[in-house]
Design a protein around this ligand. Structure first.
Ligand code: HEC
Ligand code: HEC
Length: 443
């Protein structure tokens, strides 16, 4: 109830923002943008981190571990995020990303025999349109859709981190999430029934409404979400462009969000560039160093043939889950705190088994695993090299000939090569693509 009041107050403030106020706001944003651009160029790099902007406004975040005081200078020039108006291009961006040829071809036995496009779980009734994704983008970054108006989807799914979070657990409206946030890159290619670490969401259209109602993440009922969208005048033209009239409802919100998430297609890594120049993933790539090619060989080659066998589970040209279902990769000998997909299915074979995540952009998605236990790729390689535990459901792909957890015994060179290869999966275009940026922040 108290919350509903806050909502009304905010709406009043919004509707009293005069045109002059909007200009002032835009001017402030531009100043901020220049400051960001300057700081980005001063160290001469355009690395993804230089465009990452904090989503939670210190002055408005409520009780949070933030150190800024409400009266002190803030990085957002004092305009709380929940009062901002998104700045969008006059003509919507095109969200149609051309897929490379190798997404259409079935690859080797080791890489999985299905082509990436065969994993495409797009609902044919909800294909991505430019106007639909443009609306989804605004919904995704709008902090008004959380109880204290401080958290948006984009708070826990940061573009510079391939739309995962850079912390072990993510701060929602009521404490921290139980698991590590997941990258949304190439989510369109998750088979149906494979969303979340425990695969509890069947399709993306179902998944995208869950965070709103989650008491930790955003804490609003779906009705409240609809009301808040109705109360912001900038949504009307966006709904009209996407759906033909400006009527706001939950179904349209879920469709638009699903479209935006599905539009997040990552196809411009050095891996893709190299793959486009050869007949098969197994051949050395001309654009790779010897070390990167060695790492790729280790990644693809099975353990019995002297490789590291990663591609057995991180399959296909998008390094995502194959058709094998959830797996246990031996993080713990016993599952105690988190029972994984068993929590969804109740099937004993799924105890301690988790969705195999895609390794696209893995260089920037730290920390790693469902509980974010590993801080670096070095720690991940340590795990596969010598740390795999004898869990009752440990995947056969990580069992050695003796029936015990595999010990790879990698040399220092091979460890470095594997990491070098993983880093070729980074797609800088995707991490900075303006089509996916926060429209409430101007760079
Ligand atoms: C407070 C942080 C937080 C917020 C806010 C949040 N997420 Fe997430 N998201 C997570 C975490 C943590 C997971 C993994 C949860 C799990 O598996 O149990 C996740 C998982 C997902 C997944 C599954 C990806 C996959 O490959 O299975 C999608 C899609 C997603 N979020 C989209 C969204 C959208 C859309 C919103 C806004 C409506 C949103 N998230 C808001 C933290 C958050
Ligand atoms: C038996 C199947 C299997 C094999 C083989 C395998 N993985 Fe995994 N991998 C998984 C599963 C399952 C997870 C998620 C586990 C979890 O969080 O509980 C995972 C998670 C990861 C992650 C964390 C990604 C993230 O977003 O948090 C990285 C990195 C990774 N694997 C790299 C590798 C590398 C490198 C190899 C080869 C040395 C490899 N994997 C071999 C199944 C496998």
């Amino acid at each position: 109830m108290a919350e509903a009041k806050t909502g009304e107050t905010t709406t009043t403030i919004d509707s009293t923002v005069s045109t002059g106020g909007v200009f002032l706001l835009v001017a402030l944003l531009m100043l901020l943008g220049q400051a960001c651009a300057a700081s980005g160029s001063s160290d001469g790099n355009t690395s993804p981190s230089s465009v990452s902007v904090p989503l939670i406004d210190a002055a408005n975040a409520g009780p949070s571990p933030s150190t800024s005081t409400p009266t002190g200078p803030t990085t957002t020039a004092g305009v709380p995020f929940h009062q901002r108006v998104p700045v969008l291009p006059e003509v919507p961006f095109s969200y149609d990303t051309e897929l490379p040829d190798h997404f259409f071809s079935a690859v080797s036995e080791e890489m999985g025999r299905l082509a990436v496009v065969q994993f495409d779980s797009t609902d044919l009734e909800n294909r991505v349109t430019d106007a639909g994704a443009a609306l989804g983008r605004v919904l995704f970054y709008d902090v008004n859709f959380s109880r204290g108006r401080s958290v948006a989807c984009g708070s826990c799914h940061l573009q510079s981190s391939s739309f995962t979070d850079s912390t072990q657990f993510s701060l929602g409206v009521n404490g921290f999430t139980r698991r590590n946030s997941m990258s949304l890159a190439n989510a369109a290619f998750n088979l149906d029934g494979r969303f979340f670490w425990d695969e509890r969401a069947a399709i993306l259209e179902d998944q995208v409404l869950m965070p709103f109602a989650d008491p930790i993440e955003m804490g609003l009922s779906v009705d409240e979400v609809v009301q808040r969208a109705e109360s912001k005048s900038y949504y009307r033209p966006l709904f009209e462009a996407a759906f033909g009239d400006d009527h706001v409802n939950a179904d349209r919100i879920r469709r638009a969000l699903a479209q935006f998430v599905r539009a997040m297609v990552s196809v411009n890594s050095r891996y893709d560039e190299g793959r486009a120049q050869v007949e098969s993933a197994v051949e050395p790539f001309p654009n790779f160093t010897d070390e990167e090619n060695r790492g790729k060989e280790l990644f693809i080659t099975s353990q019995s043939d002297g490789g590291a066998g990663c591609a057995a589970c991180h399959t296909s040209e998008a390094q995502l889950l194959g058709t094998t279902g959830p797996l246990n990769n031996g993080l713990d000998a016993l599952s105690v705190n988190d029972l994984g997909v068993f929590e969804t299915t109740g099937d004993a074979h799924h105890l301690g088994a988790f969705r195999v995540p895609s390794l696209r952009n893995v260089e920037v998605t730290a920390p790693y695993m469902h509980d974010g236990r590993f801080r670096t790729l070095d720690e991940v390689i340590d795990h596969y090299d010598e740390g795999v535990q004898p869990h009752q459901n440990l995947s056969g792909f990580l069992l050695g000939d003796t029936g015990r957890p595999v010990r790879l015994g990698l040399s220092d060179e091979d460890r470095a090569a594997l990491i070098a290869h993983l880093e070729t999966l980074t797609d800088p275009t995707f991490l900075t693509d303006e089509r996916f940026r926060n429209p409430f922040v101007q760079n």
